[in-house]
Design a protein around this ligand. Structure first.
Ligand code: ADP
Ligand code: MG
Length: 674
């Protein structure tokens, strides 16, 4: 049996079972042995019945003391009963239907019983426990994520057969790396992760496999980055930042100036820029984008700026027009709601080079839009897009420069993984004059007071957001936003101008509402998390977030970033009736912290990266064994090791690195197909 043999040919599998394995993503022997147990049942820790309580999960070493009694209850249900003794107490055991197991049991032999124990005053019993001969029992049992008809036990059986019928599993890491990082061989690790004899076995096995997985991931990402480095870039010769600065109504922060300088230096070099600007909400990323665009345009090139939503694209269009239309930069907005005729016109003008900057949503620019001389593509709110989309993006022009901007602060080590293919500039400074936002956590008894607080703010001429939760944009929750708006317009906010904004509205309607809010025609905006991304209305000073416990901290931080953008004191109120200690603590963390990086770290610790990024958002390959939070130390080592390997063998051409290269291709191929 070879590693690439179809699992169908493993003894005891066959066509039907193979289909079940396929549904778990297992097709060949190699993917089978890389399907790891979720946890282990430790059968070494046996106990006596007298030490156990009713309902406990128990491992008991016991002798069978009566022969099996078979009773047929009805067609298809046969019970097998017998008694065991642990030396002190008797255990009544019932086995359902499993004739094979019942017939294999022998009186006066010792067994290990594993299962739930039921106890009352007179007797102890177990229903369908797992039973194994004491002397041959495997003491640590792997528990696989079972599915439908494929039980963990069945998987374990096939695993055992497979491991017995393959030879030594070929090594992927060099001896040097293994000894430096104290790693056991792959063969040992795979065998021990499935069938460890004790804890002493599976810990080194896990370490080795986690290291290898993170190393593969890191190498893959670094290669993604370096493959772009081969192309020759469009050279931007002159720096027009001084001219740009003069166009602004404000003085840029040092962080903003530094970020623009980083980008321009990149674009003057001989490789395409591939940079991430990471800056907390309100740090002024738009101005940075504008500065970089200005220099590219003045050098005679075209640029594209993409936003995740039409509202945001529209807002960028407005902001950038204000900054530089007066000096002749031609800026055009192209969205899903642009009429077909106008679209055609825009496309032809782009091809003629009459347009300097195209602003739109991601979808539009990916399609059939062609440029005459595109040099720079900028994506705003990058956390909405994954690694894969990023790769597609740069296919747009010949070696175009790419710049992505994100307001999702992520801890550094994770940044290296998620953005391992990018250079990073960080905006670690907010424009001056920003007021600290006051944040409070209240329960729903405060609603009346809260509404009065909002009325007072609106009466002063300020504006407010009320955010209702909408996790997956389902109908029910949209209704709840609509209902809330309806209700409030008849009660607490009678006579005020309310607006409603949610993700399922037509783009044009969304835009109308946002425009009305931006112009203070709408005073109170009731919205779902669509307002999370980038919207800038400095006159809004109050944000109420309903059912706040349902949001991740990073989302709350983004939402809160919609206020406190002007020079007036702003207030964020998190409403939650949750009694859970954990959610209260999380919400209080919002009250105590205003730094997005710190909040991200707390979020990461309390929720894990899966929830933190949302699967679709990060677009990384699936990890089978490593965990980006708990294995952060191993991640650091793997990053160090990856750099050393590439320093010595940039393209992974050396024979000793071929197994790793194959692993990388495998991991990233799965990503391509997903
Ligand atoms: P974000 O980084 O969240 O995208 P924006 O680019 O929307 O932030 O900027 C937030 C607000 O701050 C905007 O109203 C913008 O005009 C303003 N702004 C940006 N940079 C500065 C600055 N250096 N000084 C004063 N105001 C600034
Ligand atoms: Mg922004």
């Amino acid at each position: 049996m070879e590693l690439n043999s179809n699992i169908q040919f493993i003894k005891g599998v066959g066509e039907k079972k193979a289909k079940l394995f396929n549904s778990l993503g297992i097709f060949d022997v190699d993917s089978l042995i890389h399907f790891f147990p979720r946890k282990y049942e430790d059968w070494t820790k046996t106990a006596y019945v007298s030490e156990l309580n009713d309902g406990d999960d128990a491992v008991i070493k016991a002798t069978m003391i009566t022969p099996i009694k078979e009773s047929r209850i009805r067609r298809g249900l046969t019970l097998y009963k017998c008694r065991f003794s642990d030396g002190e107490s008797v255990i009544n055991v019932t086995i359902f239907n499993n004739k094979y197991l019942a017939q294999s049991l022998r009186v006066y032999e010792d067994y290990i019983l594993f299962g739930k124990i039921e106890r009352n005053f007179t007797a102890a019993s177990m229903s369908s426990p797992k039973i194994e001969r004491a002397e041959s029992a495997i003491h640590i049992h792997p528990v696989y994520p079972a599915k439908d008809k494929l039980t963990s036990r069945a998987i374990s059986k096939v695993m055992q057969t497979a491991l017995e019928s393959i030879g030594e599993i070929p090594e992927t890491l060099t001896e040097e790396i293994r000894s430096r990082y104290n790693l056991i061989t792959l063969d040992r690790a795979i065998r021990d992760i499935h069938f460890p004899k004790s804890e002493k076995d599976y810990i080194p096995a896990r370490n080795r496999l986690i290291f290898e997985e993170l190393l593969t991931l890191q190498l893959g990402l670094l290669k993604l980055k370096s493959s772009k480095r081969k192309e020759t870039a469009i050279k931007i010769s002159n720096d027009y930042t001084d001219e740009f600065t003069a166009l602004l109504a404000f003085e840029m922060t040092r962080a903003q100036k530094r970020a623009i300088a980083d980008c321009i230096m990149d674009m003057q070099g001989s490789f395409p820029m591939n940079r991430l600007i990471q800056g907390d909400v309100g740090s002024g990323k738009t101005a940075v984008a504008a500065g970089v665009i200005y220099t590219a345009v003045k050098n005679g090139y075209q640029c594209a700026l993409m936003a995740p939503t039409e509202i945001l694209a529209t807002q960028h269009h407005k902001a950038l027009c204000k900054m530089m239309e007066s000096v002749g930069v031609k800026i055009v907005l192209l969205t899903g709601s642009t009429p077909a005729k106008e679209k055609r016109e825009i496309k032809s003008r782009l091809l003629d080079g009459e347009i300097d900057l195209l602003i739109g949503t991601h979808a539009i620019i990916q399609n059939d839009v062609e440029f005459k001389s595109l040099a720079l593509v900028i994506t705003d709110e990058q956390h909405r897009f994954g690694v894969k989309q990023r790769a597609q993006l740069s296919k747009k022009g010949d070696a175009v420069h790419t710049l992505v901007m994100s307001a999702t602060p992520i801890p550094r080590t994770l940044g290296l993984i998620l953005y391992g293919d990018l250079d990073i500039s960080i905006l670690d400074e907010l424009p001056p004059g920003r007021q600290e936002i006051r944040t409070d956590v209240v329960d729903s008894r405060y609603h009346e007071r809260l509404y009065k607080f909002i009325r007072d703010a609106v009466d002063r001429g300020e504006q407010a957001y009320i955010v209702c939760p909408m996790v997956e944009e389902n109908e029910l929750e949209i209704k709840s936003a609509e209902e809330l708006a309806q209700e409030l317009s008849q009660s607490a906010f009678k006579g005020y101008n309310l607006g409603l904004l949610h993700g399922k509205m037509k783009p044009k309607d969304k835009e109308t509402v946002m425009k009305a809010f931006a112009e203070n025609d709408v005073q109170i905006l009731i919205a779902t998390t669509v307002v999370e991304v980038g919207i800038d209305v400095p006159n809004a000073t109050v944000m109420v977030i309903e059912n706040a416990e349902r949001f991740g901290l990073s989302t709350l931080h983004q939402l809160r970033g919609r206020i406190g953008r002007g020079n007036k004191k702003s207030f964020c109120v998190l409403v939650s009736d949750s009694k859970s200690e954990a959610s209260r603590e999380r919400l209080l963390a919002m009250k105590q912290n205003s730094d997005g990086f710190k909040i991200a770290e707390i979020d990461l610790k309390t929720r894990g990266p899966g929830d933190f990024f949302g699967k679709r958002q990060h677009g990384l390959p699936d990890l089978k064994i490593a965990d980006m939070v708990n294995d952060i130390d191993t991640l650091r080592l793997a990053q160090e090791c990856a750099n050393e390997i590439l320093d010595r063998d940039y393209n992974l051409d050396l024979p000793e690195n071929q197994p790793l290269l194959e692993q990388i291709n495998r991991m990233f191929r799965e990503l391509e197909n997903s």
